[in-house]
Design a protein around this ligand. Sequence first.
Ligand code: ZN
Length: 274
Amino acid sequence: MAKPARWELIDNGTTAYYRFNWPAGAVHAFSSRLGGFSDPPYHGLNLALHVGDDAGRVRQNRQAFSHALGLPAVDWACVNQVHGDRIVWVGPGEDMDEASFTAAVHADGLATDLADVPLAVFGADCGLLLFYDLQGRRVGAVHAGWRGTAAGLPRKMVEAFVARGSRPGDILVALGPQIGPCCYPVGEDVAAAFSQRWPFAEVVLGPCSAEGKRTLNLALAQRLQLEMAGIAGEHIGELGLCTSCTEALFSYRRDGGRTGRQAAVIMLKIEGHR
Ligand SMILES: [Zn+2]
């Protein structure tokens, strides 16, 4: 039985990030907004280019974060996130090769069997999830707010790993920062999207408020669908930090829409595996 996944906060003075006690073989991290070079309203470690921040500052921030993690000086593989459920594989002959490492590809999940290719997803309330199969030697990253979670994107990543030979029992998943049920009232359309698809809907939706809203526990919805896909509960690490409640994180709702994005980054680090 694996040890339960625990996370720690690493603060090196320039950046501060969260990571789990995963076995060696991959580098991974969930950034916070601490450190970095961006000015308000994107202060400080905004890692996303699509939010209106100065592109030069964002590149400086990415370099600082890459340096802190010990990543090679290469572009991260990232996608144009569209709240869908598409996963792209990164590598020669795959959906996305090195020539298309820009945000031109529309998707919300990235995966690769290649070492030394950092994958990145961005969010500021939406869930950021990382996947790691040490035995099967592959990694993945997912951006899933309510739409992606209701559409089953986290489970789809497990299925994509299994289709390439991973065993569900070998897959570790980290649920990063995202808006918590404390700060996430949702309308009937969102509640219905879960009720219509998932047997656990009533577990993740809170009671109806006086305003007719229910709350949504996104992380729990992700955990439950991952367990349905065969992931062991102790292999799912949960950061458990609400973006809106945590000043050190970007929150789209709390910050009134104009804000930066934290990132989840993962890179396979296996010698000779290419
Ligand atoms: Zn909260």
